[in-house]
Design a binder for this molecule. Structure first.
Ligand SMILES: Nc1ncnc2c1ncn2[C@@H]1O[C@H](COP(=O)(O)OP(=O)(O)O)[C@@H](O)[C@H]1O
Ligand SMILES: [Mg+2]
Length: 226
């Protein structure tokens, strides 16, 4: 089910270090400066229970986590996030920007952990009552570039990030397959472009979406208070 609410729902997807957080922050800033109400959030997490699940599944030190348990923890976090955070914001008419959503589970657990992309998709569709983004921005990153970026400085890698490059290569191609299956729904961009260039391309696509909808924040584009 696509989003039937007055708000606009945009997901940022891509490998670790692709630039999702950077671009979500840039888009939020650009929209907020026009008076658009933006909710920026992330997965796993975004709710109190989700943040606990996030540390269970991403931190090292919880012993072995089998693939199905891992998939269910991500899906549980997402269920809470969709119901308690994303849907209420869309009902209010906000623009919701999430750093990761269902596609990440399809790529990481479905393809990376080999649970099957269809099964993981179905699990997450159930978990979210079928709430889908209006647009998914996929930042396509070479796994080696992603690793270099996220290990710059002395940042430690989490459980998923520290998987081998072959695992991240599977994830990359799973994301690209998802986008190829629904080209209208995705904006796929090479993550190696400069930050500002990516931000302009994303804003241009989001502007098209905003204009295609009869919603009050268009007024603020002309400098009139909404
Ligand atoms: N287009 C880009 N070119 C070069 N470096 C980038 C770009 N986008 C982000 N970075 C840098 O790469 C690192 C990871 O970016 P981040 O936005 O945290 O990625 P993600 O959220 O996808 O893991 C950060 O240090 C960030 O400053
Ligand atoms: Mg990030």
């Amino acid at each position: 089910m696509t989003n039937q609410n007055p708000g606009l729902f945009i997901a940022f997807e891509g490998g670790d270090g692709a630039g999702k957080s950077t671009q979500a922050a840039a888009l939020a800033g650009a929209l907020e400066s026009r008076g658009v109400k933006v909710l920026r959030t992330r997965e796993p997490g975004g709710t109190p229970i989700g943040e606990k699940l996030r540390s269970l599944v991403l931190d090292h030190g919880h012993g072995h986590i089998d693939a199905r348990t891992e998939a269910l923890i991500f899906a549980a976090s997402r269920a809470a996030h969709a119901d308690q955070v994303i849907l209420p914001a869309l009902e209010r008419g906000d623009v919701v920007l999430t750093d990761r959503y269902i596609d990440s589970s399809v790529a990481y657990q479905g393809a990376g952990r080999e649970l099957g992309t269809g099964a993981v998709h179905d699990l997450n569709e159930w978990a979210t009552s079928g709430l889908q983004p209006d647009l998914t921005v996929l930042l396509d990153v070479d796994p080696a570039v992603g690793r270099l970026r996220r290990t710059a400085g002395d940042a430690a890698e989490d459980r998923m990030e520290s998987e081998a490059d072959e695992f991240h290569a599977k994830i990359r191609s799973a994301f690209l397959d998802l986008a190829a299956g629904r080209p209208d729904h995705y904006l796929v961009l090479p993550a190696h472009l400069p930050v500002d260039e990516l931000a302009s391309l994303i804003l241009a696509r989001v502007d098209e979406l905003l204009l295609s909808r009869q919603i009050p924040w268009q007024v603020s584009r002309n400098g009139v208070a909404p």
